[in-house]
Design a protein around this ligand. Structure first.
Ligand SMILES: CC(C)(COP(=O)(O)OP(=O)(O)OC[C@H]1O[C@@H](n2cnc3c(N)ncnc32)[C@H](O)[C@@H]1OP(=O)(O)O)[C@@H](O)C(=O)NCCC(=O)NCCS
Length: 146
């Protein structure tokens, strides 16, 4: 059985703590931001209580990864992959046929994860994160099984 917990606004503090451990200053989402994001229409997410989290959002047949984080001490143990797979499965259940996300061109770990999960680059936004470009990635999702 999965250890993953479905994210709600009540988990905003826990999610912000994971985010703060995973991201550099200036890229961290605080408690208020987490509470707002998880309450957006179509938003959903999962928390690995050990120290990882994901938020995503579905609108019609398109979905988007909003953020994903594993605390440094727990990286390369499959948590990112598990959370991404869970978000993709939820998006499929909600009717999404495509998943999109943005990732810094300099983020080798995240790019490695997304490539391993089958995402491909469909765009590049220069100087999106300061001087660094954002890559726009896409994954085609299978249809939901009835
Ligand atoms: C990106 C991140 C979420 C990955 O989380 P994780 O729990 O370590 O990921 P996983 O253990 O599931 O990794 C799965 C696969 O992704 C790839 N990958 C993960 N980290 C990698 C790295 N540092 N370099 C290259 N490939 C990497 C590998 O293919 C890996 O499989 P393997 O370990 O069998 O080789 C984590 O590094 C993180 O929180 N980074 C800071 C926040 C961030 O950048 N979030 C994403 C923003 S778009």
């Amino acid at each position: 059985m999965s250890r993953l917990v479905t994210a709600t606004p009540a988990h905003a503090s826990a999610m912000a703590a994971i985010h703060a451990a995973a991201f550099a200053l200036g890229e961290r989402w605080g408690i208020d931001a987490m509470a707002i994001q998880v309450a957006l229409p179509g938003a959903f997410g999962f928390i690995d209580p050990d120290g990882a989290m994901i938020l995503a959002r579905v609108a019609a047949d398109e979905a988007e990864i909003l953020t994903l984080a594993t605390i440094p001490a727990l990286r390369r143990q499959g948590r990112g992959r598990e959370l991404l797979a869970a978000a993709q499965a939820s998006a499929i259940s909600a009717g999404a046929r495509t998943m999109f996300l943005e990732v810094s061109e300099a983020n080798d770990a995240a790019r490695g994860l997304y490539a391993a999960m089958g995402y491909r680059q469909i765009g590049r936004r220069p100087r999106y994160y300061g001087e660094t470009a954002a890559l726009v990635l896409r994954l085609d999702l299978p249809a939901a099984t009835p």
